[in-house]
Design a protein around this ligand. Structure first.
Ligand SMILES: [Zn+2]
Ligand SMILES: [Zn+2]
Length: 365
């Protein structure tokens, strides 16, 4: 077994990544050492790389990670989310963050907002725990991480986004009250939007309407189960009329917003039917405030709900979805799988171009 791990370390936007070797850790109770097989760069990694969002530095970026158990705590057995004891060689992924299970927020069903959160790909490198991100040969899992076994049938590049994109989508649909029999509107056809589209289709939505400003993205949405695609123009009345035509004039039962654009949020409120639900997921960066008519929210009995990240149960649902339905949709085609860990700088340069919804980085074997 190796004694050290290469890592791609991010210091500051505009500065080159560095590639130090770190000693592999001595595992404490409940901890796991994972040999990483693949990481995909998420939009938030790219935003951090470009300096559009801040993170404690230096850090090892990358949180959509797949790997194989290389070492286990000898002091305490570690089990996966299903309760199966983990063994060396198991193929796994894990929740984006480890929660303490003991604080106010953990006790109140938002463990992703734990007061003692340890978030992979977002932690400052410290001497006792440098390996906490995906752009490395190894990742050191903290106690309290929800770990999931992944079947061999699910390729790395399809499984990697599970612990951010797919699980976030599963959480969005959960807070939206499910999809079965509903008309669902998806605003934004990026990685998350395509995933909502496929999940809504798989979970029995009777209408899956996707809107975006980009015709090419909409073409792809059709491959992910969209029953209708609508190009967003400057004039929101066109979109309101089109959605009205598709919903007998009522608006949709469930709308999910993934673009984060102020104008999209304002329009989405109008596209949701009386008594419907509007789930906001995309607003993870500062934007101008939304002009909201509170009377319309009251009189139209709207539920508007935000959700950030997810609970472990959502990652369980995400993996189950990919195992059962992933093969029906071209998820693998969304990933550019051409970069090794020492090429991480080039991988980011590729991701910044925005042509690929995900860029994969693999340690050299
Ligand atoms: Zn992410
Ligand atoms: Zn907590």
């Amino acid at each position: 077994m190796a004694k050290t791990s290469l890592a791609a370390v991010f210091h500051e936007a505009g500065q080159p990544l560095t590639f130090p070797q770190y000693e592999l850790p001595t595992l404490g109770p409940g901890e796991v050492l994972v040999r990483i097989t693949c990481s995909t760069l998420c939009g938030s990694d790219v935003h951090t790389f470009l300096g559009h969002r801040s993170t404690p530095v230096p850090t090892v970026l990358g949180h959509e990670i797949m790997g194989v158990v290389e070492g286990l705590s000898t002091e305490q057995a570690v089990s996966d989310y299903e309760g199966r004891p983990l063994q060396v060689g198991d193929r796994i992924t894990w929740s984006i963050a480890a929660s303490c299970d003991d604080c106010f927020f953990c006790d109140n069903e938002v463990p992703q907002k734990c007061e003692h959160l340890f978030k992979y790909g977002h932690e400052k490198i410290v001497p006792e725990h440098p390996l906490s991100g995906g752009l490395a040969d190894y990742c050191h899992l903290a106690a309290g991480t929800a770990i999931f076994s992944v079947p061999d049938s699910l390729p790395d590049v399809v499984a990697c986004p599970a612990n951010c994109a797919t699980a976030t989508v599963a959480g969005a649909i959960r807070v939206g009250g499910g999809c079965e029999g509903k008309s669902v509107l998806i605003q934004g056809a990026g990685m998350l939007g395509l995933t909502v589209t496929a999940m809504a289709q798989s979970r029995g939505a009777h209408e899956v309407i996707v809107c975006d400003v980009d015709a090419e993205r909409l073409r792809r949405a059709s491959q992910f189960g969209a029953t209708q695609t609508l190009l967003v123009s400057e004039d929101e009345q066109e979109l309101i009329a089109s959605v009205g035509d598709l919903t007998e004039g009522r608006g949709v039962d469930l709308a999910v917003e993934l673009s984060g654009a102020t104008s999209a949020v304002q329009t989405g409120v109008k596209l949701t039917r009386i008594g419907g639900r509007y789930v906001l997921i995309g607003s993870t960066f500062p934007t101008p405030p939304v002009d909201l008519d509170p009377e319309s929210v009251v009189r139209r009995c709207l539920t508007i709900v935000g959700n950030h990240n997810y609970r472990p149960e959502d990652l369980a649902a995400a993996i189950a979805f990919l195992v059962e339905h992933g093969g029906r949709f071209p998820f693998a085609d969304l990933v550019n799988d051409g970069f090794s860990l020492p090429d991480s700088e080039a991988a980011f340069a590729r991701a910044v171009k925005g042509q690929d919804l995900r860029v994969a980085v693999r340690p050299e074997t």
